[in-house]
Design a binder for this molecule. Structure first.
Ligand SMILES: C[S@@+](CC[C@H](N)C(=O)[O-])C[C@H]1O[C@@H](n2cnc3c(N)ncnc32)[C@H](O)[C@@H]1O
Length: 289
């Protein structure tokens, strides 16, 4: 008979092995409370029994993930990630594009839900770059397979509670009041750079390429084999040594580690590894060693 503590550890390990979901990202009490809800619903009296339920019935993962509220989204979700993007990644992207005389930034938010993520990234870029004045073209694509989420995303209307006040709402939203309802409509200068598309990530064929791909809180819905394929397809859609951003509880797995460098591991920001070309200078350098 194993202790509850040991069973809890085994359960977390099982979830990590099956879904790559790093349970350590959650506060222990929170995780235990959410697990308790699912254990009650499935009639599992303890962690070990719930672990067996997940093994026998993998669909239970969907319920568990919903319970952990990963199926929600928000503007600037995980502000520390956006801080890193603002301070480190976007300036690097701008610099490296400019070095190749390009003034085009292409970003893809894969699994964008109701649009908060692509709008957040468009707002962030706008706060760093005066694209219109400096002649840059910024395009953000949000894709999802859920029509009703995309409808909300395209409408670009949110509530006061959804919009954080640290981003200067008046600058990025048109605020209107009707009775007791206040609506925050993303301004045209942002929406004109953001496009939405319905597509299934699992049927994705590499067509377009992006400087940065955000695929946050989506991978964990899939088993390891599917995650592996998805990561390599996402990496294939990244231009040069561009960037991939995952959700805070997600991991790239051993396959991903061969394709990506963990640039800011705790923010889950990765850079694509590119094979160094054998330039004439490189060969000469190697010969002179
Ligand atoms: C938890 S939300 C993540 C939203 C946003 N990326 C974030 O981190 O806040 C996950 C989204 O992935 C979408 N999704 C799940 N499987 C998908 C698939 N196979 N193709 C496209 N979108 C998918 C869901 O519809 C949902 O909107």
């Amino acid at each position: 008979m194993i202790s509850e503590d040991r069973a809890f550890t085994l359960l977390k390990r099982r979830i990590f092995l099956d879904r790559g979901l790093d349970c350590e990202q959650y506060k222990e009490n929170y995780l235990k409370r959410r697990l308790a809800v699912r254990m009650r619903a499935t009639g599992a009296p303890d962690y070990l029994e719930y672990l067996n339920t997940l093994k026998k019935n993998p669909e239970e993962y969907t319920e568990l993930l919903n319970e952990l509220t990963v199926n929600v989204t928000e503007f600037f979700r995980d502000p520390d990630v956006y801080r890193k993007l603002a301070q480190e990644i976007i300036p690097r992207m701008i610099e490296s594009k400019a070095a190749f005389s390009s003034k085009a930034l292409r970003i893809w938010s894969a699994g964008c839900a109701s649009g908060e993520e692509p709008y957040s990234i468009a707002i962030l870029i706008d706060s760093i770059l005066d694209a219109a004045v400096d002649g840059w073209s910024v395009r953000v694509l949000g894709s999802d397979y859920d029509d009703s989420s995309l409808k909300t995303a395209r409408a670009a209307k949110y509530t006061e509670l959804q919009v954080p006040d640290y981003i200067d709402p008046e600058r990025y939203f048109m605020i209107s009041r009707k009775g007791s309802t206040t609506t925050y409509q993303v301004r045209d200068e942002i929406t004109r750079n953001v496009r939405f598309e319905r597509s299934n990530l699992l049927e994705y064929e590499e067509r377009r390429r992006y400087d940065m791909v955000l695929c946050r809180n989506v991978l964990i819905y899939f088993g390891r084999e599917v995650q592996k394929k998805l990561i390599s397809s996402l990496v294939g859609s990244i231009i040069g040594d561009g960037y991939l951003v995952l959700g805070k509880s997600e991991t790239v797995g051993p396959e991903g580690a061969r394709l990506l460098k963990p640039l800011f591991p705790s923010e889950r920001i990765y850079q694509k590894l590119v094979e160094k070309k054998r330039t004439a200078q490189g060969v000469a350098d190697a010969r002179s060693r």
